[in-house]
Design a protein around this ligand. Structure first.
Ligand code: WTA
Length: 634
């Protein structure tokens, strides 16, 4: 495992950083050559034009990522546990799946998909709970060169259908139901509803998990356990070009339509492996646990691909932090003697709000590294994590990155580079951040503040938005031409450490989930009584942000409480419960510019508690409504 590309000291980090920026091609050529198996080597390491943008890493190379995550480990690590699976219900048995077993299950699933007609290049949608079959399915797609599109199992039928239709998936995998705490989500029912408007889907594979009764479409539906049992456990890995698509993963955008971010085989593999090993400083005997869901990028990169390509033992947890009680995470840490623990600030804040005895009553002495991801972590939560969980001896890696970046971009390296509370700190080797001012000029001196861009390609970057390259260019490469624009605001201190301050666009992060305000507005506008709506985020103690919806109605509602309930229901139904507004205010008008654009800036201020200081509102079309909205604030 020792490698000169994995820093063990601050000096190593500085040296790697320098090499990766002075001669990036040489750096990635050597890392990729030494650390992976390729079926064929590349002609060029990097070709790019960030204006188009066009980015190609390892052009001409061929590989299969599953050979790097599975086959190559078998001779030495075949009997090592690859995945520890911890069920939702603590009374059900844990599974320890070895690398050998994982390979054979992935092969079976791959052959099952082939027997159902799957081919290289097909898009396959996975709408599944956090069960081992989800891991098998992801890797099985990669094995046969099908492009997986995992949709988080909390999304509604409409959101699922939109994603299936956007990618024209021909196969969907789901389960009869999913356990989440004391609830069962009827995944098959939701999938059935979605599939009624998805003509591209030929087959639906259903895992039996909750034993819930399901409707059956005999032409279309098959049981996983029946097909899986018939399938052989050897399956040759499909030869993929480095730039072939590996997966699509949808993330919210500033227009209503989610963006299908496309990641490719070679660069993504290299980036997730490099960042996993450097940031977490994984050692061969470590038990590593990332609490994310595979439905999000963190689960893709740091439950599956990164850890598995590094031969790690990765824990996959089906449940939620509060079931059966707020001690569940710590019980699992104790039970499996977890060494590296990676979670989100929203989870940390909700655990912090619970009784301290939940943490104190468990043996957390195996922990040596803690991590956080998904949104800025506030100082109080950072300190609680450091003291109550890390007992002040675990480095905390605050990892800043995005669905679009494929893997971690700015973070300390555990125990190797220094931490600073609430700072993501230094860029990973290979990452060249730039802070831009309002005029689009890079701010070079420290301290600095502005918008965060990345000015040079890195292997894990998304290559396009599925089916809409122009939107990709517009969203990420047009604001600061020649640079990737992250959509985040940031500060850099006198020592060059970065602190991410939050989104500067119309995306709100609620409990770590990215939500596009336009998508929520579109859903609310479906209510027959709603005339117009404007959705903004406002600070929330546990969730980080919450959703505040301002609504105007076609005529005066008879019962405001009923209307509010119906609006919440329509959002749940069209997007999913994660997008429900916490506050809904009925207004007689929304502040607009003379060109008719809703002034969300003013509404954001009102939602977060400011009742004056709105700047010059005299140029608004309807300045009088501002005062009314501010005085009726909820
Ligand atoms: C935010 C999650 C501050 C940021 C991997 C980013 C963070 C968005 C951090 C991407 C962090 C993520 N500190 N903010 N450590 N990590 N973010 O696509 O606003 O779900 O743009 O990817 O989360 O969210 P996404």
């Amino acid at each position: 495992m020792a490698s000169k590309f994995i820093a063990s000291t601050l000096e190593d980090y500085r040296k790697l950083y320098k090499e990766s920026t002075v001669d990036p091609e040489k750096f990635w050529h050597e890392f990729a050559t030494e650390e992976f198996i390729w079926k064929r080597k590349w002609n060029t390491v990097l070709q790019y034009d960030l204006l188009k943008p066009e980015i190609r890493w390892f052009e001409g190379a061929q590989l299969n990522i599953t050979e790097n995550c599975l086959d190559r480990h078998i001779s030495e690590l075949g009997n090592k546990t690859a995945i520890i699976w911890e069920p939702n219900n603590p009374d059900e048995s844990t599974l320890h799946i070895t690398y050998k077993e994982l390979l054979s299950n992935v092969n079976r699933a791959a052959n099952m998909l082939k027997s159902l007609g799957a081919k290289k290049g097909d898009r396959i949608c996975l709408y599944m709970p956090m069960i081992p079959e989800l891991a098998y399915a992801v890797l099985a797609c990669a094995r046969i060169g099908a492009i997986h599109s995992v949709v988080f199992a909390g999304f509604s039928a409409k959101s699922l259908a939109d994603r299936i239709n956007d990618a024209q998936c021909n196969i969907v995998l789901t389960a009869d139901g999913g356990f989440r705490g004391s609830k069962v989500t009827p995944l098959k029912d939701i999938a059935d509803e979605a599939l009624s408007s998805c003509p591209s889907v030929q087959k639906c594979v259903v895992v039996r998990r909750t034993e819930s009764a399901v409707n059956w479409h005999s032409q279309r539906d098959v049981w996983w356990h029946e097909e899986f049992a018939k399938a052989s456990d050897t399956c040759e890995a499909e030869t993929m070009d480095a730039e072939d698509m590996l997966f699509i993963l949808y993330t919210s955008g500033s227009t209503g339509k989610p963006k299908g971010m496309v990641h490719t085989c070679g660069g993504y593999m290299v980036w997730t492996n490099f960042t996993f090993r450097n940031v977490f400083q994984y050692k061969p005997e470590d038990i590593y646990w990332c609490t994310a869901d595979v439905g999000w990028i963190t689960g893709h990169s740091y439950i599956l691909y990164g850890p598995l390509s590094a031969g790690a033992t990765t824990l996959m947890f089906e449940g939620i932090p509060s079931y059966p009680d707020m001690g569940r995470f710590w019980e699992v840490v104790e039970k499996h003697r977890v060494n590296i623990f990676y979670t989100a600030p929203t989870a940390i804040r909700s655990l912090e709000a619970s009784d301290r005895s939940f943490a104190d009553s468990h043996d957390l002495s195996t922990l040596k590294t803690l991590g956080t991801v998904g949104e800025p972590i506030n100082l109080e939560a950072w300190e609680w994590y450091d003291e109550v969980i890390g007992k002040k001896h675990c480095p905390i890696v605050d990892t800043w990155w995005q669905t679009e970046t494929g893997g971690i971009m700015i973070s300390s390296l555990a125990g190797v580079t220094p931490d600073k509370p609430t700072f993501a700190t230094y860029p990973m080797p290979g990452v060249q951040p730039a802070i831009m001012d309002e005029q689009g000029t890079e701010v070079l001196e420290n301290p600095a503040e502005g918008r965060l861009c990345i000015k040079f390609p890195w292997p894990g970057m998304a290559r396009t938005i599925y089916g809409d390259h122009e939107r990709f260019r517009q969203t990420y490469y047009s604001t600061f031409p020649g640079n990737y624009f992250t959509g985040d605001g940031c500060k850099r201190d006198e020592n060059g450490m970065y602190r991410i301050t939050g989104r500067v666009d119309d995306i709100v992060i609620v409990s770590g989930h990215n939500l596009g305000t336009a998508e929520i507005e579109n859903a609310i506008n479906e209510h027959p009584l709603v005339n117009e709506s404007a959705v903004v985020g406002y600070p929330h103690d546990i969730k980080g942000n919450s959703i505040y919806a301002f609504i105007t109605c076609i005529h005066k509602p008879e019962n405001i409480e009923t209307l509010k309930r119906e609006v919440v229901d329509v959002v749940s139904k069209l997007i999913g419960p994660i997008a429900k507004p916490e506050k809904i205010q009925i207004c007689t008008g929304l502040p607009k510019t003379r060109s008719g654009k809703i002034m969300r800036r003013i509404l954001r201020k009102i939602a977060s508690g400011e009742t004056d200081n709105f700047g010059d509102i005299s140029t608004l079309l309807n300045p009088e409504c501002v005062e009314e909205i501010a005085s009726n604030r909820l």
